[in-house]
Design a protein around this ligand. Structure first.
Ligand code: TYM
Length: 328
């Protein structure tokens, strides 16, 4: 049997090209190689305030995005995190093995708590990585394809799995992250020193997967560039490097070939080309997205939950047994 793969996205904010290139594009390729499970991690989304009406819409939209991007429910399993209560059960147990300092060290937590102060954020933001560890460890996951920002959480997952195994005996598989080379960190269009982010203050930071052609052209036109006018891939030109990466990943072409195509041309020619490449990807994607009904996606999610539930139950029986709780 092939190895298990698990990954997920939070149904919060607007999903963007960073989410697609950093995660979903790789998932679509990897689903042929692994026994893949893709989760809509709604319980992670509520670690920051969400409007209930919007949240429900977003959960369905994220699942539709998986399908429209090419996740095939005949090959892979898709479900919603909150439908499998074992996730929160295992998260609690793992939190009893996690040190507060380990959680406080997480970059994502540090960023959020620095921004809003510890009084301004919920405890869920601190314990968030134990829920993510539970997501992964429940299913004997071997690999977790993610963007670079999630690697630290997977490192902690590995630490917790080892700690549990050492204390109570072999129970969890130690997972590994899979991170794309060029897609690990897609940067903001308005600031190439920060990652493209769902929670960015300005919508000029990202291209949303639901942006129309006009919006894409406008945002790419406004994207910051570096000094000089030559189209070259270089660390000294971080803004251009990011745009070239996006171009290459969507166009499925080598960077050298793109640089050659634009040799002697200027930034504005390159940006026009890039906008069209993005639109050529987004238009058919959005067409597929539009044609997926709520009923269809809910049926896929229901079937997915039914498939993973016995796996989660079985793992929790093992965990109960090991730590001295009584299975029911
Ligand atoms: P989330 O929802 O923030 O992001 C979803 C995926 O998109 C990747 N990503 C990026 N990749 C490249 N460049 C970017 N600018 C960029 N922004 C986001 C993320 O790395 C991620 O792969 N905690 C996770 C969700 C989660 C999860 C899990 C993932 C919960 N449980 C178990 C894997 C396994 C998160 O907040 O991702």
């Amino acid at each position: 049997m092939s190895k298990r793969l698990f990954s997920g996205i939070q149904p919060s904010g607007n999903l963007h090209l960073g989410n697609y290139l950093g995660a979903i594009q790789n998932w679509v390729k990897l689903q042929d190689e692994y026994e893949a499970i893709f989760c809509v991690v709604d319980l992670h989304a509520i670690t920051v305030p969400q409007d209930p009406v919007e949240l429900r819409k977003k959960i369905i939209e994220v699942a539709k995005i998986y399908l429209a991007a090419g996740i095939d429910p005949k090959k892979s399993t898709m479900f919603v995190q909150s439908h499998i209560s074992e996730h929160t059960q295992l998260a609690w147990i793992l939190s009893t093995l996690t040190k507060i300092t380990e959680l406080e060290r997480m970059t994502q937590f540090k960023d959020k708590s620095q921004k809003d102060g510890k009084e301004g954020i919920g405890a869920g933001l601190l314990t968030y990585p134990t829920l993510m560890a539970a997501d992964i460890l429940l299913y004997d996951t071997a690999v977790v394809p993610v963007g670079e920002d999630q690697v630290q959480h997977i490192e902690l997952t590995r630490v917790l799995a080892r700690r549990f195994n050492e204390k109570f005996g072999e129970t969890f598989v130690i997972p590994e992250s899979i991170v794309g080379k060029k897609s690990a960190r897609i940067m903001g269009l308005d600031d190439p020193t920060k990652k493209m982010s769902k929670s960015a203050a300005s919508e000029y930071n990202y291209i949303a997967l639901t942006d129309d052609a006009e919006t894409v052209r406008k945002k790419i036109k406004k994207a910051v560039t570096d000094s000089g006018s030559e189209i070259v891939y270089s660390d000294s030109k971080p803004a251009l490097k990011n745009l070239l990466n996006i171009f290459a990943l969507l166009y499925d072409k080598k960077l050298e070939a793109i640089a050659e195509e634009y040799a002697g041309k200027n930034y504005s020619d390159f940006k026009n080309g890039l906008a069209e490449v993005i639109i050529n990807f987004l238009s058919p994607f959005q067409e597929r997205l539009k044609n997926i009904s709520d009923e269809e996606v809910l049926a896929v999610l229901r079937a997915g939950a039914e498939k993973v539930k016995p796996l989660a139950r079985e793992k929790m029986h093992q965990v109960f047994d090991k730590i001295g709780l009584i299975s029911y």
